[in-house]
Design a protein around this ligand. Structure first.
Ligand SMILES: [Fe+2]
Ligand SMILES: [Fe+2]
Length: 280
């Protein structure tokens, strides 16, 4: 029988090249500092932390990843990273310390791997595709093959992490711009796994949400600095500063997974504005 396991899901920290760098009028660096400090002082310690991508701000570069390294190296737990559309896997590998893991594919340009803990298998997929499809994601053929092999031959309960949502999300803007291009293929594969697949965690959409489709459970978490509002008929993004930084505290015990959303104040004021309004 598997033992209980606990981990924390954070996402979309968007650290920039300077500590006072602002994105959508909010500085991400102090928000990330606050959440790192808060997580380090949790009484109930997690087994690890997963960051589901967009570690860095708009354009990944050395100064942004040096700042990310400075903040996240303070975390007192093993940390794993998923490559977001604003990251590059080469920067993640160069600057960020990740927990013990085994590469899933031979392509070293991908940050795709698995790790086993207490009788569970955790798989991280790298959906960062060419710039021409950004901010959509795309999964390479060799990652699909590795996943098919795991699904056919593996026996451990599975948890999957990917930056991009593979399925539609009841939003014109998200569905048009933000999904994994091979989402249908991935979902078709995952729905065959059955009870062995516990959850697919993702980021990218800067808001916590849960979806169940064909028995597959998908879960995301908000950003540490800025949320997106996307009601069904919205055709362009709206930035929502809630003044809160979000994380999920996830517990798996035997075949039950419990996902609890928490938030802490990040010192910013509330606003709801389109990109155009923010630019004016
Ligand atoms: Fe993001
Ligand atoms: Fe993203």
């Amino acid at each position: 029988m598997s033992k209980s396991i606990r981990f924390i899901h954070i996402s979309d920290t968007h650290i920039g090249p300077t500590k006072d760098f602002k994105l959508y009028n909010v500085a991400p660096y102090p928000c990330a500092e606050k959440i790192v400090d808060y997580l380090n002082n949790l009484k109930e310690k997690p087994d690890f932390i997963i960051h589901s991508g967009d570690v860095a701000a708009t354009i990944p570069d050395d100064p942004s990843f040096k700042n990310a390294q400075e903040i996240f190296s303070k975390l007192k737990y093993p940390v794993y990273y998923v490559t977001g559309n604003h990251d590059r896997s080469s920067f993640i590998k160069k600057y960020l310390n990740q927990g013990d893991r085994i590469d899933l594919v031979t392509d070293v340009s991908k940050n795709t791997y698995y790790f086993d803990l207490k009788g569970y298998r955790f798989i991280v997929l790298d959906g960062r595709g060419p710039d021409t499809i950004d901010p959509h994601g795309s999964l390479s053929e060799d990652q699909f093959k590795a996943l098919e092999q795991e699904i056919t031959n593996g026996t451990l309960p599975l948890v999957i992490f990917i930056h991009y949502p593979p399925i539609e999300l009841d939003s014109l803007w998200l569905n048009k711009n933000m999904l994994l291009l091979e989402g249908d293929r991935l979902h078709s594969l995952l729905k065959k796994v059955g009870d062995r697949l516990l959850c697919v965690f993702f980021g990218h959409i800067h808001r916590g949400m849960q979806i169940v489709k064909d028995g597959v459970f998908y879960s995301s978490i908000g950003s540490t600095f800025m949320q997106f509002a996307w009601y069904p008929s919205q055709e362009e993004p709206v930035m929502e500063s809630t003044g809160l930084s979000y994380f999920n505290y996830v517990t798996i015990e035997d075949t039950q997974m419990t996902v609890k959303e928490y938030s802490i104040p990040n010192g910013n004021n509330y606003f709801l504005k389109t990109r155009r309004e923010l630019a004016s």
